[in-house]
Design a protein around this ligand. Structure first.
Ligand code: NAP
Length: 247
């Protein structure tokens, strides 16, 4: 594919889990991939010709997020961005491995959760607004089933940060429509990743499809949302839960 025809995706949280699977999907489809996480990317990915740039940064620190945007814009050199996937997030437990709730844990831990899970997507949407406008691009925010109903293991800080991100998706969709940019969210249920501990097996009876989802299934929906067939879809949240959200 010529460099002019090749599309570009910017994605956070690329080093493992859903983010890593999503990078692989976009790369397989010939997109140029520009990513960020605190860790470097796995050795096996170093030679992916489409994964052109990975910037290490702690997106839980606003000044580091700004540095990521500045470095990425320099690399882009005025070229458009066709997709921004806000994927990086944390779901911390207390030091006793309990849910981080309203009555326990440190309030500063809530601020850390909101910084990465909510403010970083907002900051990145602003930071990449111009190249997204140039590319008639798409923003996909990775939210969660936990943002819509009480979840037995996800803490209150995480759940409310994801609820706020769902609301931000609606607000972004309206503001970014004026730039020709669509904004949608994908809300996973239980997906087999490092975020999922052995205790999650107990949730399988609550899932009508009777199994957890795979990272590739999430990646596929994110990719399709960025395609022409979804050209009139904005402000929508797609549940990837095997039906669990219906209860
Ligand atoms: N797994 C599930 O079942 C599930 C369910 C609902 C929603 N989700 C959502 O799906 C998304 C991905 O989840 P996952 O399960 O794939 O998570 P994961 O396996 O824990 O991966 C999280 C990714 O985010 C990066 N990250 C974490 N903190 C960061 C920071 N401060 N700065 C930059 N990057 C950071 C991590 O890389 P580094 O550690 O290298 O920084 C990693 O690449 C999240 O938004 C999560 O809330 C997941």
């Amino acid at each position: 594919m010529s460099s002019e025809a090749r599309k570009t995706v910017v994605l956070t949280g690329a080093s493992r889990g859903i983010g890593h699977a999503t990078v692989k999907r976009f790369s397989q489809e010939g997109w140029r991939v520009l990513t960020c996480s605190r860790d470097v990317i796995p050795d096996s990915c170093q030679y992916d010709p489409n994964w052109t740039n990975h910037i290490t940064a702690d997106l839980g620190q606003p000044e580091e997020t700004n540095r990521f945007v500045e470095e990425a814009l320099t690399i882009l050199g005025g070229q458009p961005v066709h997709a921004l996937v806000n994927n990086a997030a944390i779901s911390p437990k207390t030091s006793f491995k309990e849910r981080l709730g309203i009555l326990n844990g440190d309030v500063d831990a809530w601020r850390e959760v909101f910084e990465l899970n909510f403010f970083t997507p907002l900051q990145l949407a602003r930071g990449f607004a111009k190249p997204l406008h140039q590319g008639k691009g798409v923003i996909v925010n990775i939210t969660s089933i936990a943002g819509h109903a009480i979840h037995p293991f996800a803490g209150s800080a995480y759940s409310t940060s994801k609820a706020a991100l769902s609301a931000l998706t609606r607000e972004m969709a309206v503001e970014f429509a004026t730039l020709g940019v669509r904004v949608n969210a994908v809300a996973p249920g239980e997906i087999e990743t490092a975020m999922i501990g052995p205790e999650y097996e107990a949730l399988i009876p609550r899932i009508p499809m009777g199994r957890m989802g795979t990272t590739e299934e999430v990646a596929g929906v994110v990719f399709q949302l960025c395609g022409k067939d979804f050209g009139y879809v904005t402000g929508t949240e797609i549940f990837l839960t095997g039906g669990q959200h219906l209860y």
